[in-house]
Design a protein around this ligand. Structure first.
Ligand SMILES: [Zn+2]
Length: 282
């Protein structure tokens, strides 16, 4: 579809009708990742971020006019309606850049963090390591921190204590869990939970699968490790609805993109656990 046609359709209210028809109840769980301070046009494209804190600010402004921002507990209430924000991986830029914006909009969020960089700040996510190894350049410290660093212990403690933020687990080392043998799977699920509870003293209730990779065995292990719910992007429908809650990944702040992704046509909003148990989702 040509861009102007799409824009015209959106402008003519197709998306709004979709929201009225399909979105009367339900929660869009939104998925974000890093939120660096700027776009860095001078960097090679493999490293250049395509979503920044500025994009998040525009997305939050767009959402604030259309949806209620929900806490995780509100999102789980029957009949809930609104958006629940989630941020994967535990980038330091979520604390430095995203948190002040969340405060300004009064928007609660779950930060799903990996923990390997708490032990070793140079131990980045596998995807970040690949990006850095692929570029032979030494990046200035300021760029490395803004784009690649994970939260340090102080930042994590700040989030744990913050009234708008819930901390969820995203494993210790960000592996593909369906490829992990049981003992490794157990360590990744329970070790991350224990470490987070040590830091914050509160039970960690929520989990997000690295790469969205899971199967029935993995989802059962997450349940058995004591988590209340787990989030994916695309549900594989393995029969444990509370442990495969679908999310909508947002990678642009273009209003026409947001209108289509949250119209109810791209993906129906999550209908809560009662609806999911009835098998009505997608
Ligand atoms: Zn991740």
């Amino acid at each position: 579809m040509k861009g102007w046609v799409r824009k015209a359709l959106v402008a003519s209210g197709v998306a709004a009708v979709g929201r009225r028809v399909l979105g009367r109840t339900g929660v869009f769980v939104l998925e974000f990742h890093g939120t660096p301070s700027r776009r860095y046009p001078e960097l090679p494209s493999a490293i250049r971020p395509d979503f920044t804190a500025g994009d998040l600010e525009r997305v939050l402004g767009w959402l604030a006019e259309r949806f209620a921002f929900l806490t995780p507990d509100q999102a789980f209430e029957p009949g809930a309606r609104g958006v629940l924000l989630t941020f994967d991986d535990g980038f330091a830029n979520n604390v430095k850049e995203a948190l002040p914006l969340l405060e300004r909009f009064g928007a609660p969020a779950i930060f799903f963090v990996t923990l390997q960089h708490l032990e070793d700040s140079g131990n980045w996510l596998p995807s970040v390591r690949r990006q850095l190894e692929g570029s032979e350049q030494e990046w200035p410290e300021e760029i490395r921190q803004d784009l690649f660093d994970g939260m340090n212990e102080d930042q994590l403690r700040l989030c744990v204590a913050h009234p708008l933020i819930s901390i969820g687990s995203h494993t210790l080392h960000h592996p593909r869990l369906s490829e992990c043998e049981d003992p490794v799977l157990g360590r990744e699920l329970e070790g991350s939970c224990l470490r987070l509870e040590e830091l914050g003293g509160q039970p960690v209730k929520f989990f997000a699968y690295p790469y969205g990779d899971y199967d029935r065995r993995v989802a059962e292990a997450v349940r058995d490790a004591g988590y209340r719910a787990a989030f994916v992007e695309d549900s594989r429908q393995v029969g444990l609805p509370a442990f495969e809650i679908p999310r909508v990944g947002l990678y642009s702040s273009e209003p026409s993109y947001l209108a289509l992704k949250l119209s109810g046509f791209h993906r129906r909003p999550w209908g809560g656990l009662d609806a999911a148990a009835g098998g009505s989702d997608e």
